[in-house]
Write a protein that binds this ligand. Structure first.
Ligand code: DAH
Length: 339
Protein backbone atom coordinates (compact mmCIF):
# COMPACT_ATOMS: atom_id res chain seq x y z
CA UNK A 1 0.00 0.00 0.00
CA UNK A 2 2.83 2.32 0.81
CA UNK A 3 4.27 1.52 -2.59
CA UNK A 4 0.98 2.24 -4.26
CA UNK A 5 0.78 5.63 -2.55
CA UNK A 6 4.29 6.53 -3.62
CA UNK A 7 3.54 5.44 -7.17
CA UNK A 8 0.43 7.62 -7.25
CA UNK A 9 2.42 10.64 -6.10
CA UNK A 10 5.09 10.01 -8.71
CA UNK A 11 2.60 9.50 -11.52
CA UNK A 12 0.58 12.54 -10.51
CA UNK A 13 3.73 14.67 -10.45
CA UNK A 14 4.73 13.52 -13.94
CA UNK A 15 1.23 13.98 -15.36
CA UNK A 16 0.97 17.49 -13.88
CA UNK A 17 4.34 18.42 -15.30
CA UNK A 18 3.04 17.96 -18.79
CA UNK A 19 -0.50 19.33 -18.22
CA UNK A 20 -0.75 22.18 -20.72
CA UNK A 21 -3.83 24.03 -19.51
CA UNK A 22 -6.15 24.50 -16.53
CA UNK A 23 -8.59 21.98 -17.85
CA UNK A 24 -6.02 19.23 -18.02
CA UNK A 25 -4.95 20.09 -14.47
CA UNK A 26 -8.52 19.85 -13.25
CA UNK A 27 -8.93 16.47 -14.95
CA UNK A 28 -5.88 15.28 -13.03
CA UNK A 29 -7.29 16.58 -9.74
CA UNK A 30 -10.41 14.52 -10.32
CA UNK A 31 -8.40 11.51 -11.38
CA UNK A 32 -6.14 11.45 -8.29
CA UNK A 33 -8.00 13.28 -5.54
CA UNK A 34 -11.65 13.01 -6.59
CA UNK A 35 -14.30 10.88 -4.86
CA UNK A 36 -13.70 8.13 -7.34
CA UNK A 37 -10.03 8.98 -7.67
CA UNK A 38 -7.05 6.76 -7.22
CA UNK A 39 -6.04 8.05 -3.80
CA UNK A 40 -9.55 7.63 -2.44
CA UNK A 41 -9.66 4.10 -3.79
CA UNK A 42 -6.60 3.24 -1.71
CA UNK A 43 -7.91 4.90 1.43
CA UNK A 44 -11.03 2.77 1.15
CA UNK A 45 -8.87 -0.28 1.61
CA UNK A 46 -7.44 1.01 4.90
CA UNK A 47 -9.87 -1.14 6.83
CA UNK A 48 -7.94 -4.22 5.81
CA UNK A 49 -4.80 -2.95 7.53
CA UNK A 50 -3.66 -3.83 10.99
CA UNK A 51 -4.10 -1.29 13.80
CA UNK A 52 -0.36 -0.82 13.78
CA UNK A 53 -0.02 -0.10 10.05
CA UNK A 54 -3.11 2.08 9.76
CA UNK A 55 -1.78 5.37 11.27
CA UNK A 56 1.44 5.12 9.24
CA UNK A 57 -0.38 4.54 6.00
CA UNK A 58 -2.93 7.17 6.97
CA UNK A 59 -0.22 9.73 7.59
CA UNK A 60 1.49 8.90 4.31
CA UNK A 61 -1.79 9.16 2.45
CA UNK A 62 -2.32 12.64 3.92
CA UNK A 63 1.16 13.65 2.91
CA UNK A 64 0.64 12.35 -0.60
CA UNK A 65 -2.68 14.26 -0.85
CA UNK A 66 -1.03 17.44 0.40
CA UNK A 67 1.87 16.99 -2.02
CA UNK A 68 -0.44 16.48 -4.99
CA UNK A 69 -2.54 19.49 -3.97
CA UNK A 70 0.59 21.61 -3.75
CA UNK A 71 1.73 20.42 -7.18
CA UNK A 72 -1.68 21.23 -8.61
CA UNK A 73 -1.56 24.75 -7.15
CA UNK A 74 1.94 25.33 -8.42
CA UNK A 75 1.17 23.99 -11.87
CA UNK A 76 -2.04 26.04 -12.07
CA UNK A 77 -0.16 29.20 -11.13
CA UNK A 78 2.49 28.46 -13.74
CA UNK A 79 -0.09 27.82 -16.47
CA UNK A 80 -1.98 31.03 -15.60
CA UNK A 81 1.22 33.03 -15.71
CA UNK A 82 2.08 31.55 -19.10
CA UNK A 83 -1.38 32.33 -20.42
CA UNK A 84 -1.16 35.93 -19.22
CA UNK A 85 2.25 36.26 -20.81
CA UNK A 86 0.85 34.97 -24.11
CA UNK A 87 -2.09 37.38 -23.96
CA UNK A 88 0.21 40.30 -23.33
CA UNK A 89 2.17 39.32 -26.43
CA UNK A 90 -0.92 38.72 -28.55
CA UNK A 91 -2.64 41.94 -27.56
CA UNK A 92 0.39 44.13 -27.69
CA UNK A 93 -0.42 47.70 -28.68
CA UNK A 94 1.95 49.85 -30.65
CA UNK A 95 1.24 53.22 -29.11
CA UNK A 96 3.55 54.89 -31.62
CA UNK A 97 1.27 54.02 -34.60
CA UNK A 98 -0.33 57.11 -36.13
CA UNK A 99 -4.06 57.46 -35.36
CA UNK A 100 -6.78 56.90 -37.95
CA UNK A 101 -8.22 60.35 -38.63
CA UNK A 102 -11.99 60.51 -39.25
CA UNK A 103 -12.45 62.54 -42.45
CA UNK A 104 -14.35 65.75 -41.72
CA UNK A 105 -16.99 66.97 -44.17
CA UNK A 106 -17.34 70.62 -45.09
CA UNK A 107 -19.79 72.91 -46.77
CA UNK A 108 -20.05 72.95 -50.57
CA UNK A 109 -18.78 76.25 -52.05
CA UNK A 110 -22.32 77.11 -53.19
CA UNK A 111 -23.61 76.57 -49.65
CA UNK A 112 -20.74 78.53 -48.18
CA UNK A 113 -21.32 81.63 -50.26
CA UNK A 114 -25.11 81.33 -49.95
CA UNK A 115 -24.66 81.29 -46.16
CA UNK A 116 -22.66 84.53 -46.46
CA UNK A 117 -25.32 86.12 -48.66
CA UNK A 118 -28.05 85.11 -46.19
CA UNK A 119 -25.99 86.43 -43.29
CA UNK A 120 -25.57 89.82 -44.98
CA UNK A 121 -29.30 90.20 -45.67
CA UNK A 122 -30.37 88.85 -42.29
CA UNK A 123 -28.13 91.52 -40.79
CA UNK A 124 -30.12 94.13 -42.74
CA UNK A 125 -33.40 92.89 -41.30
CA UNK A 126 -34.47 90.55 -44.10
CA UNK A 127 -35.99 87.15 -43.46
CA UNK A 128 -35.93 84.02 -45.65
CA UNK A 129 -38.90 83.07 -47.83
CA UNK A 130 -39.48 79.85 -49.75
CA UNK A 131 -41.62 78.65 -52.62
CA UNK A 132 -42.14 75.45 -54.59
CA UNK A 133 -39.75 74.37 -57.37
CA UNK A 134 -42.65 72.83 -59.26
CA UNK A 135 -44.59 75.99 -59.99
CA UNK A 136 -47.59 77.08 -61.99
CA UNK A 137 -47.45 79.23 -65.09
CA UNK A 138 -49.40 81.84 -63.14
CA UNK A 139 -46.79 82.42 -60.43
CA UNK A 140 -43.74 81.99 -62.64
CA UNK A 141 -45.00 84.23 -65.47
CA UNK A 142 -48.53 85.58 -65.47
CA UNK A 143 -48.55 87.30 -62.06
CA UNK A 144 -45.11 88.74 -62.82
CA UNK A 145 -46.53 90.62 -65.78
CA UNK A 146 -45.22 88.10 -68.32
CA UNK A 147 -48.35 87.17 -70.25
CA UNK A 148 -48.53 84.31 -72.79
CA UNK A 149 -46.61 85.18 -75.98
CA UNK A 150 -44.46 87.69 -74.10
CA UNK A 151 -40.94 87.59 -75.59
CA UNK A 152 -39.44 87.19 -72.09
CA UNK A 153 -40.81 83.64 -72.08
CA UNK A 154 -38.58 82.71 -75.02
CA UNK A 155 -35.42 83.65 -73.14
CA UNK A 156 -36.30 81.31 -70.28
CA UNK A 157 -36.30 77.82 -71.75
CA UNK A 158 -38.99 76.34 -69.60
CA UNK A 159 -39.40 72.72 -68.55
CA UNK A 160 -43.12 71.99 -68.88
CA UNK A 161 -44.83 69.36 -66.75
CA UNK A 162 -48.21 70.23 -68.24
CA UNK A 163 -49.61 73.31 -69.95
CA UNK A 164 -49.90 75.12 -66.66
CA UNK A 165 -47.38 73.37 -64.45
CA UNK A 166 -43.65 73.98 -64.92
CA UNK A 167 -40.33 73.86 -63.12
CA UNK A 168 -39.75 77.43 -61.99
CA UNK A 169 -37.30 79.25 -64.26
CA UNK A 170 -36.60 81.93 -61.64
CA UNK A 171 -37.10 82.57 -57.94
CA UNK A 172 -39.29 85.61 -58.73
CA UNK A 173 -42.56 83.66 -58.19
CA UNK A 174 -41.67 83.63 -54.48
CA UNK A 175 -42.20 87.42 -54.60
CA UNK A 176 -45.80 86.87 -55.63
CA UNK A 177 -46.41 84.12 -53.07
CA UNK A 178 -44.94 86.28 -50.32
CA UNK A 179 -47.02 89.35 -51.19
CA UNK A 180 -50.18 87.24 -51.38
CA UNK A 181 -49.87 86.03 -47.83
CA UNK A 182 -48.03 88.85 -46.11
CA UNK A 183 -48.93 92.53 -45.95
CA UNK A 184 -46.20 95.19 -46.01
CA UNK A 185 -43.72 95.90 -44.59
CA UNK A 186 -42.03 93.03 -46.44
CA UNK A 187 -38.31 92.38 -46.45
CA UNK A 188 -37.38 88.90 -47.69
CA UNK A 189 -34.79 87.02 -49.68
CA UNK A 190 -35.69 83.75 -51.37
CA UNK A 191 -32.76 81.52 -52.30
CA UNK A 192 -33.48 78.35 -54.25
CA UNK A 193 -33.08 76.05 -57.22
CA UNK A 194 -34.33 77.08 -60.64
CA UNK A 195 -34.50 75.14 -63.90
CA UNK A 196 -34.03 75.94 -67.56
CA UNK A 197 -33.68 73.51 -70.44
CA UNK A 198 -30.19 74.64 -71.37
CA UNK A 199 -27.51 72.32 -72.71
CA UNK A 200 -24.72 71.81 -70.18
CA UNK A 201 -21.51 73.73 -70.80
CA UNK A 202 -18.97 75.74 -68.79
CA UNK A 203 -21.50 78.49 -68.07
CA UNK A 204 -24.89 76.76 -68.39
CA UNK A 205 -26.69 74.10 -66.42
CA UNK A 206 -30.34 73.01 -66.51
CA UNK A 207 -30.38 73.41 -62.73
CA UNK A 208 -28.86 76.40 -61.01
CA UNK A 209 -29.54 78.66 -58.05
CA UNK A 210 -30.88 82.16 -57.65
CA UNK A 211 -31.35 84.47 -54.73
CA UNK A 212 -34.40 86.68 -54.99
CA UNK A 213 -34.97 89.76 -52.90
CA UNK A 214 -38.10 91.81 -52.21
CA UNK A 215 -38.78 94.91 -50.13
CA UNK A 216 -42.25 96.50 -49.98
CA UNK A 217 -43.30 99.31 -47.70
CA UNK A 218 -44.59 102.87 -47.74
CA UNK A 219 -42.21 105.29 -49.42
CA UNK A 220 -39.64 102.79 -50.74
CA UNK A 221 -37.61 104.41 -53.53
CA UNK A 222 -34.88 103.64 -56.02
CA UNK A 223 -32.46 105.20 -53.53
CA UNK A 224 -33.29 102.40 -51.06
CA UNK A 225 -32.65 99.85 -53.78
CA UNK A 226 -29.28 101.36 -54.67
CA UNK A 227 -28.19 101.80 -51.07
CA UNK A 228 -29.17 98.27 -50.08
CA UNK A 229 -27.54 96.57 -53.06
CA UNK A 230 -24.36 98.64 -52.93
CA UNK A 231 -23.98 97.76 -49.25
CA UNK A 232 -24.59 94.10 -50.09
CA UNK A 233 -21.85 94.10 -52.74
CA UNK A 234 -19.38 95.78 -50.37
CA UNK A 235 -20.11 93.26 -47.65
CA UNK A 236 -19.71 90.37 -50.10
CA UNK A 237 -16.72 91.53 -52.14
CA UNK A 238 -15.05 94.11 -49.89
CA UNK A 239 -15.44 97.83 -49.08
CA UNK A 240 -13.30 98.88 -52.01
CA UNK A 241 -15.79 97.40 -54.52
CA UNK A 242 -17.21 99.84 -57.05
CA UNK A 243 -20.69 99.30 -58.49
CA UNK A 244 -22.77 100.85 -61.23
CA UNK A 245 -26.44 100.59 -62.16
CA UNK A 246 -27.24 100.20 -65.84
CA UNK A 247 -30.78 100.66 -67.24
CA UNK A 248 -32.37 97.40 -68.29
CA UNK A 249 -35.80 95.85 -68.78
CA UNK A 250 -37.70 93.27 -66.78
CA UNK A 251 -41.48 92.88 -67.14
CA UNK A 252 -42.06 92.81 -63.37
CA UNK A 253 -40.06 95.92 -62.45
CA UNK A 254 -40.30 99.52 -63.62
CA UNK A 255 -37.81 101.07 -63.85
CA UNK A 256 -35.40 98.14 -64.10
CA UNK A 257 -31.65 98.01 -63.88
CA UNK A 258 -28.71 95.70 -63.85
CA UNK A 259 -26.01 96.06 -61.24
CA UNK A 260 -22.42 95.66 -62.36
CA UNK A 261 -19.39 95.49 -60.12
CA UNK A 262 -16.09 96.87 -61.34
CA UNK A 263 -13.68 94.09 -62.29
CA UNK A 264 -11.44 93.29 -59.29
CA UNK A 265 -8.66 92.08 -61.55
CA UNK A 266 -8.19 95.17 -63.73
CA UNK A 267 -10.18 97.85 -61.85
CA UNK A 268 -12.12 98.82 -64.93
CA UNK A 269 -9.28 98.70 -67.45
CA UNK A 270 -10.61 95.62 -69.23
CA UNK A 271 -9.01 92.20 -68.95
CA UNK A 272 -9.61 88.51 -69.56
CA UNK A 273 -11.74 88.03 -66.44
CA UNK A 274 -14.24 90.74 -67.43
CA UNK A 275 -13.86 89.98 -71.14
CA UNK A 276 -12.49 93.46 -71.79
CA UNK A 277 -15.55 95.17 -70.30
CA UNK A 278 -14.02 96.46 -67.07
CA UNK A 279 -17.33 95.56 -65.37
CA UNK A 280 -18.96 92.31 -64.34
CA UNK A 281 -22.73 91.88 -64.37
CA UNK A 282 -23.99 90.75 -60.99
CA UNK A 283 -27.77 90.99 -60.72
CA UNK A 284 -31.05 92.29 -62.07
CA UNK A 285 -33.21 94.66 -60.05
CA UNK A 286 -35.86 97.33 -60.18
CA UNK A 287 -38.91 98.91 -58.57
CA UNK A 288 -41.72 96.39 -58.30
CA UNK A 289 -44.16 97.05 -61.18
CA UNK A 290 -47.46 98.59 -59.93
CA UNK A 291 -49.31 95.90 -61.88
CA UNK A 292 -47.54 93.17 -59.92
CA UNK A 293 -48.39 94.86 -56.61
CA UNK A 294 -52.05 95.09 -57.66
CA UNK A 295 -52.20 91.47 -58.79
CA UNK A 296 -50.93 90.48 -55.33
CA UNK A 297 -53.52 92.62 -53.58
CA UNK A 298 -51.21 95.43 -52.54
CA UNK A 299 -52.32 98.97 -53.35
CA UNK A 300 -49.61 100.60 -55.52
CA UNK A 301 -50.92 104.04 -54.51
CA UNK A 302 -50.05 103.29 -50.90
CA UNK A 303 -47.02 101.04 -51.20
CA UNK A 304 -43.94 100.74 -53.36
CA UNK A 305 -41.12 98.24 -53.38
CA UNK A 306 -37.94 97.05 -55.00
CA UNK A 307 -36.82 93.61 -56.05
CA UNK A 308 -33.64 91.94 -57.20
CA UNK A 309 -32.48 88.58 -58.42
CA UNK A 310 -29.01 87.11 -58.76
CA UNK A 311 -27.47 83.88 -59.97
CA UNK A 312 -25.61 82.19 -57.13
CA UNK A 313 -23.26 80.11 -59.30
CA UNK A 314 -21.86 83.19 -61.02
CA UNK A 315 -21.21 84.93 -57.73
CA UNK A 316 -19.37 81.90 -56.38
CA UNK A 317 -17.37 81.45 -59.61
CA UNK A 318 -16.24 85.05 -59.42
CA UNK A 319 -15.48 84.77 -55.76
CA UNK A 320 -13.12 81.81 -56.12
CA UNK A 321 -11.98 82.21 -59.73
CA UNK A 322 -13.79 79.06 -60.88
CA UNK A 323 -14.13 78.97 -64.65
CA UNK A 324 -16.39 75.95 -65.16
CA UNK A 325 -19.87 75.66 -63.68
CA UNK A 326 -19.93 71.88 -64.07
CA UNK A 327 -17.42 71.52 -61.24
CA UNK A 328 -20.17 72.47 -58.76
CA UNK A 329 -22.23 69.40 -59.55
CA UNK A 330 -19.65 66.68 -60.11
CA UNK A 331 -18.86 66.16 -56.42
CA UNK A 332 -15.20 65.59 -57.16
CA UNK A 333 -13.47 65.75 -53.78
CA UNK A 334 -10.29 67.09 -55.35
CA UNK A 335 -12.31 70.17 -56.28
CA UNK A 336 -14.48 70.39 -53.15
CA UNK A 337 -11.56 70.01 -50.74
CA UNK A 338 -10.10 73.31 -51.94
CA UNK A 339 -12.72 75.36 -50.13
N1 DAH B 1 -35.86 86.77 -62.44
C1 DAH B 1 -34.85 87.43 -63.23
C2 DAH B 1 -34.11 86.37 -64.05
O1 DAH B 1 -34.21 85.21 -63.77
C3 DAH B 1 -33.88 88.14 -62.33
C4 DAH B 1 -34.51 89.33 -61.70
C5 DAH B 1 -34.39 90.57 -62.29
C6 DAH B 1 -35.19 89.24 -60.53
C7 DAH B 1 -34.95 91.70 -61.74
C8 DAH B 1 -35.76 90.36 -59.94
C9 DAH B 1 -35.61 91.58 -60.56
O2 DAH B 1 -36.44 90.32 -58.81
O3 DAH B 1 -36.18 92.67 -59.99
O4 DAH B 1 -33.45 86.74 -65.00
Amino acid sequence: MINALQTIQKQAAEALDSAADLRAIDDLRVRYLGKKGELTAILKQMGKLSAEERPKVGQLANEVRAAIERLIDERSAAVRAAQLEQRLIDEKLDVTLPGRAAPLGKAHPLTKVLDEVKEIFLGMGFSIAEGPEVETDYYNFEALNIPKNHPARDTQDTFYISDNVILRTQTSPVQVRTMEKQKPPIRVIAPGRVYRSDAVDATHSPLFHQVEGLVVDRGVTMADLKGTLELFVKRLYGDESVVRFRPHHFPFTEPSAELDVQCFACHGEGCRLCKGEGWIELLGCGMVHPKVLSICGIDPEEYSGFAFGMGLERIVMRRYGIDDLRLFYENDLRFLNQF
